[in-house]
Design a protein around this ligand. Structure first.
Ligand SMILES: Nc1ncnc2c1ncn2[C@@H]1O[C@H](COP(=O)(O)OP(=O)(O)OP(=O)(O)O)[C@@H](O)[C@H]1O
Ligand SMILES: [Zn+2]
Ligand SMILES: [Zn+2]
Length: 796
């Protein structure tokens, strides 16, 4: 038998199947197995993606060396998915296979120097520990080693190490029948109190065995006592694997008996029908903030489980929504596994294995959990489906939503995309009937949406010297402090510090061709459009009103925190940004503290906008709504609208009425006006018109091709060559923009040029791009790298 293997080198020359003979003692190998294979004179980790009886290869195939795991880590489904994705997103298949698995399952390679001849073996050099060739830095030593190798005195042994480690624990079980313990108890001296206590425990608490070593110790049974008991044949001791459980502290809870409102009930019925009919149908659940989408998800999961199937639920970077994870765990207990980046490697590996072994039936996780090795899936949910974080920014550049669509088809199960502010792409698909639109138009508990007020910063008076807080926002905060209610303040960090804004008239400098803001390149002294390549000098005065009060936008949470403490002495603030939440678990700790009312104000970046449900929050303030509006991306308005609507939704979720104040220099902008009324549907219609007029998605599909090189001319030349190729082979209606230097045109001393292709129908494009990519790999020796991003979230 022959195994088809994808080996662990991400390069175009090795991005294909290699064949190996399966020796008799490894006949347990299966599709999805992780293996070690010889490759040249090295050894590599690989994955079996196919098994066949015959081969076209004339020579003698080499043998597989090892099958790493008892159970193949990848299911057949995932192997198939990897083939599909590799083609769709221009990634190496090995990169995708590795993305599907926990990081610890990547191999660790070591090159060890081994003496060959008897003389060499006697050398003092080999009397010490093993020498790792790659770690030798001393030039003298290197010379010495090279000579040994040249003279065949030593050789290099290649090791492929499995980094995945299981955690083990001792457990104790009774070895005798109940009656025998009774007898032993009576025979044992009264003074041997510990022994008698153990025997008594074995009689009276027999049902609680097997017990872990730590449980025994907690009961006062020492290791010495247990050892003696084992020797006497009273008990047996076994080493078993234990899971590291990231949610060990969450207790199961009976769900509160909520009666679904009619809209929720209707949505659930539709989804439930698709679960029982095993229909691979996507739903878009568009529900205003606080409309009870979570309850619909949880009940749908329940239905899938009752139907004997499993459920997969994605949430945006989970550590950011601890409240959601808790709820799922409370409802479904031990059947829930979580996967996200804040887990330790060990926890992640264990959760992953519980899923692979079929011990977890509900998986909640962030983006990469879309590859969870869950079988028999009956429902997939993506919460906050509009979130950009569902798209991976570097290779392999997959979008979790597209992967979920593929898996839903494979398993014949519904996919539920939920959001208060769906992505335009999904909403447009619902419009076309590709997805079924389900709407929740009111808050579940009948409380009104909060009242939103816009503060025009061009007219406003400022409370402090920093120009961050208007007097109106400051006095609203003061009121809440006096009433012991809580405040959430958000500082928008998107598009930070690099566009021009006039403080007098609110003008933002934009590209004359693209209606996108220009980005400042200080070093070059230029404002540039990253879409079409337009550039002009950095202005000294406002081009609109000639005021000299222009600013290059940017402010930080620390600065705002300082201003708050000056204005409200004694105020308790919890600050959340990338700096204060870097440590593991600190995000959750801070939120918990805020929930316990240990602070008056939660001040943070967009990371606080989503999913939080704090009943005592009655005021939400947005310090700067504008910054996100002018980032040079076609979806800047969409992102701004989503962010403002989401953050507004954090106010007044319980009994107390909520208020939202949005500070902006652009009160007339439609994204801000419509966020004020929290009217997603109207925003959708308006934004679709804008996209149509500008030939942007979802009216067009997009692909971004970027070329990087150490030498700027080489990058540009290759980019222009690609553009010519595209122009020759694509339809005339297809729009090819660029090449233009990327926003960060130089990164780690590489220059970047990019081309954007916008098309409606180009059946040949995927193949053409694969050709371009392969050709690009051949010129890699000139230091060129070509990256292709299908449906980029950012085109900066
Ligand atoms: N049928 C119901 N009756 C009463 N209360 C409900 C009902 N359904 C949900 N709720 C409550 O309404 C609140 C908001 O629900 P939930 O957090 O699910 O909203 P959501 O739609 O996910 O909001 P967001 O998009 O803002 O995260 C929760 O406290 C939830 O317990
Ligand atoms: Zn432009
Ligand atoms: Zn101006």
């Amino acid at each position: 038998m022959i195994a088809q293997v994808i080996v662990d080198i991400a390069a175009s020359q090795t991005d294909r199947v290699f064949e190996y003979h399966i020796p008799d003692d490894l006949s347990g190998v299966a599709i999805g197995s992780r293996v070690v294979v010889p490759f040249g004179k090295r050894k590599l980790q690989g994955f079996v993606v196919g098994i066949s009886k015959t081969t076209d290869y004339d020579g003698k195939l080499r043998d597989l060396l090892l099958v790493t795991d008892e159970q193949p880590p990848l299911t057949k489904e995932l192997v198939e998915l990897s083939a599909f994705l590799a083609k769709a997103i221009f990634a190496f298949r090995i990169s995708i296979l590795q993305t599907m698995l926990p990081r610890v399952m990547r191999a660790n390679y070591r090159k060890i120097l081994i003496p060959l001849t008897p003389e060499a073996k006697k050398l003092p050099y080999f009397q010490q520990t093993a020498h790792e060739v790659d770690k030798i830095t001393d030039p003298e030593e290197l010379k010495f080693v090279q000579k040994l190798l040249k003279d065949n005195q030593a050789k290099i042994e290649y090791l492929v190490e499995n980094q995945a480690k299981e955690k083990h624990e001792l457990i104790y079980l009774p070895a005798l029948a109940n009656g025998q313990y009774q007898e032993l108890y009576e025979q044992t001296r009264k003074t041997a109190t510990k022994q008698r206590a153990l025997l008594m425990d074995l009689v009276t608490a027999r049902n609680s065995y097997p017990k872990s070593g730590s449980a025994m110790h907690d009961q006062g049974f020492s290791s010495a006592l247990l050892k003696a008991a084992e020797e006497k044949g009273w008990i047996k001791c076994k080493e078993v694997e234990v899971y590291r459980d990231p949610l060990a502290d969450v207790a199961s809870k009976k769900p509160a008996e909520l009666k679904l409102n009619p809209e929720q009930a209707k949505a659930l019925a539709k989804i439930g029908q698709a679960i029982s009919d095993q229909q691979a149908h996507p739903f878009l659940l568009e529900g205003v903030t606080g409309s009870g989408k979570t309850e619909v998800y949880l009940r749908a999961i329940s239905q899938a489980l009752s139907a004997g199937r499993n459920a997969l639920m994605l949430v945006p970077e989970i550590s950011l929504t601890p409240q959601m994870v808790r709820q799922v765990r409370e409802r479904f207990g031990q059947e829930v596994a979580v996967l996200h980046s804040a887990l330790s490697d060990g926890e992640r590996y264990d959760e992953w294995r519980r899923i692979r072994r079929g011990e977890a039936r509900v998986v909640v996780g962030a983006r990469s959990a879309v590859f969870a090795p869950l079988e028999n899936i009956g429902l997939i949910i993506i919460d906050e489906e509009h979130e950009a974080s569902y798209k991976q920014e570097d290779n392999p550049r997959y979008h979790a939503r597209d992967v979920a669509l593929w898996r839903a088809k494979f398993h014949h199960c519904p996919l539920v995309l939920g959001s208060a502010t769906p992505s335009l792409a999904s909403r447009a698909r619902a419009q076309k009937g590709l997805y079924t639109l389900l709407r929740l138009t009111e808050r579940a508990n009948q409380h009104p949406l909060p009242e939103v007020k816009i503060i025009d910063l061009k007219q406003a008076a400022f409370a402090g010297g920093q120009y961050d807080l208007s007097t109106e926002l400051a006095s609203a905060i003061q009121e809440r402090l006096a009433r012991h209610e809580q405040v959430i303040l958000m500082l928008n960090r998107r598009g930070f510090a690099n566009f021009m804004l006039c403080r007098d008239c609110g003008f933002v400098l934009q590209c004359p061709n693209c209606d996108l803001s220009l980005t400042m390149h200080k070093a070059a002294g230029e404002m540039r459009c990253h879409y079409c390549g337009h550039h002009e000098p950095i202005p000294k005065r406002c081009p609109n009103c000639h005021s000299s009060q222009i600013r290059f936008m940017g402010t930080g949470t620390q600065k705002v925190e300082q201003e708050l403490t000056e204005l409200f002495p004694g105020v308790r603030i919890i600050r959340m940004d990338v700096d204060t939440t870097r440590r593991k678990g600190s995000y959750k700790r801070k939120l918990d503290a805020f929930g316990r009312k240990e602070a008056d104000i939660l001040l943070g970046t967009q990371m606080i906008a989503k999913g939080l449900d704090f009943p005592n929050v009655t005021l939400v303030g947005v310090i700067n709504a504008d910054t996100g509006l002018w980032v040079p991306d076609y979806n800047a308005s969409e992102r701004t609208f989503q962010l403002l609507t989401q953050v507004a939704g954090r106010a007044g979720r319980a009994e107390k009425k909520g208020q939202v104040l949005i500070q902006t220099y652009n009160p007339e902008h439609y994204a801000i006006r419509l966020a004020q009324t929290q009217d997603y549907e109207q925003f959708y219609r308006y934004e679709m018109r804008m996209r149509h007029a500008g030939d942007y998605p979802p009216y067009y599909y997009t692909v971004l091709i970027s070329v990087a090189a150490k030498n700027e001319t080489n990058a540009a030349r290759e980019a222009f060559k690609i553009r010519r190729q595209l122009n020759q082979q694509l339809h005339p209606e297809t729009i090819v923009l660029g090449p233009t230097p990327s926003a960060i045109s130089r990164l780690k001393n590489q220059y970047y040029y990019q081309i954007l292709v916008k098309y409606k129908k180009e059946p040949k494009l995927n193949d053409l791009l694969h050709q371009i990519q392969d050709a690009g790999q051949k010129v890699k020796k000139y230091g060129l790298t070509i990256n292709i991003d299908n449906e980029p979230e950012r085109i900066m």
